[in-house]
Structures are given as C-alpha cells and as structure tokens.
Write a protein that binds this ligand. Structure first.
Ligand code: SAM
Length: 247
C-alpha cells in the first residue's frame, strides 16, 4: 500500500517550504489540495508536475474512496491545504480518520502553521493555550463564546478574516476590557505586523490606519489572572455556588 503524507506548506513566504516537503510533493503520484489552482502555483514554484485533485469541506467524504483506491495501488499521495498545516482549521480530518481506521500509513510532514508562528513571537504565555480556530461568524454567538472563555487561565488563540476583525475586536473589548490582546497580521509576508494592547486600543489603531484591517489575522488574548482568595474556591465552584443559592 502507498502512504498518505500530510504536508504543511507556507503561510506566505514560499521559502518556508521545507526541502523535505518539496521532495515529497515532487515525488507524489497524486496531491489532494483544497484548491488545485492555488496549490498548482506552489508546485510550479518548485518545478514539480504532479496530478492534483481537489479535497475541500464539501467533497471530503466522497474523496476518501478515491484516495484509498490510489493507496491500494501502491501510489504515494500528499494532502495539502491552501496555506499552513492541513487539518488546522482546514479540511482533512475525516480523511485521516478513515485512513487510520483502514490501516493505511499516514505520515506528517511538519512545517508552518499560523497558530504556532503567531504564538511564538507574541510575548504571551505559551506553556498552556487554547486554540479556538474561527469563532462563530454571528455577533451574538461570538460574544457568548468569548464570555464562556473569559475565565480561562490560558492564552486564547483564534483565527480571523479581514471582514470580521473589527467586529471581533469590538466583542473582545466588551468581554475582556483591559486584558492584553496581541494581533498578528500577514505573518511571514511583507507587511507582517504585531500589534498589542487592550481591545479598545487595538480598535483605535485599526480605525486610525485602515491598512491594518487588511490581510490575515491571528488574535491572541492573555490568560485570565488566577483568582487568589486564599482558599480553594474556583470560578466553576463559585458559579455552582451561586446557582445553588438562587434555587
Ligand atoms: N491551516 C492553516 C494553518 O496551519 O495556519 C490555517 C488555515 S485557516 C483556513 C486560514 C486562517 O489562518 C486565516 O484566516 C488567518 O486567520 C490564519 N492565517 C493563515 N495565514 C496567515 C498569515 N500569513 N498571517 C496571519 N494569519 C494567517
């Protein structure tokens, strides 16, 4: 049987494609890509000519049989997404689960991910963090999710598109007030920027300079301060206590 390689690709700077990733892509019999035209450009950049098929959230289930068939023939298949590491806020989970269940060999080929790239240069605690991917697009659901996360004593990380960055920061300001937020924009690209401050301060900076609203964003929020009351009470315990008292 062949092997399925899960290959991370650059999130902006093409030089971030590792030599191992390039060799595996160039040597594959088939590449399953989120967007074949987009990945075609990466392949052209490394001078590789490999057959591509699309694999995105709408056809992932139906592609599983096709990829198993290729692997059964002893073909080597690579999975890539538009940018960064496949399966990280990108398609592929259902395919990999099916291959693991079917006893196929799956090999990760690590490389860039916006999540780790942002976190390692943000200056926020990293020993524990919570990755939320994309928060809900709708305002009320997004704010509820942020409220549910507000007591977490770990760094919070999420992805956001330029269309919603101002709306997200507005909600972060409402829920987190003075809490430190770091905005990582256009990582590894020409206009890479890290901004930090409260939600309100960041909103003011984006309003002052609309160029700062363009591009791709990773948003990170500092952990909640531990509640030190000198006893063993916890946020969850307090919530339970107040629920019981109101009964
Ligand atoms: N699989 C990718 C990864 O490993 O990071 C993430 C894919 S997700 C569909 C795309 C989101 O990742 C963007 O909306 C943005 O939030 C974030 N992202 C991707 N590239 C980025 C970059 N160069 N700078 C900042 N954020 C980026």
């Amino acid at each position: 049987k062949g092997t399925l390689y899960v290959v991370a690709t650059p999130i902006g700077n093409l030089d971030d494609l590792s030599p191992r990733a390039a060799a595996i892509l160039a040597g594959a019999d088939l590449i399953a890509a989120e967007d074949t035209r987009h990945s075609g450009r990466l392949l052209a950049h490394i001078g590789a000519r490999v057959a591509l098929i699309s694999l995105h959230e709408h056809n992932e289930s139906s592609r599983i049989a096709r990829i198993c068939h290729e692997l059964d023939q002893g073909h080597q298949v690579a999975l890539v997404s538009d940018a960064g590491t496949p399966l990280i806020s990108d398609p592929g989970y259902r395919l990999i689960r099916a291959l693991r269940e079917g006893g196929y060999r799956v090999v990760p080929v690590p490389g860039p991910s916006a999540l780790v790239t942002a976190l390692c240069a943000a200056g926020l605690p990293t020993e524990r963090f919570l990755f939320e991917g994309f928060l809900p697009a709708k305002g009320s659901a997004r704010r509820q999710r942020l409220q549910a996360l507000a007591h977490q004593q770990v760094t919070l990380v999420c992805y956001e598109s330029p269309h919603r960055i101002v709306a997200l920061l507005t909600d972060i300001d409402a829920v987190f007030a003075e809490r430190q937020v770091v905005l990582a924009r256009e990582l590894t690209k020409t206009f890479e920027t890290f901004l930090h401050g409260s939600g309100a301060a960041l909103l003011a900076q984006l309003e002052d300079d609309p160029d700062q609203q363009r591009g791709e964003f990773v948003v990170m929020i500092a952990p909640a301060e531990p509640i030190d009351r000198g006893d063993a009470r916890t946020v969850e315990g307090d919530a339970l206590l107040s629920a019981l008292l109101s009964e």
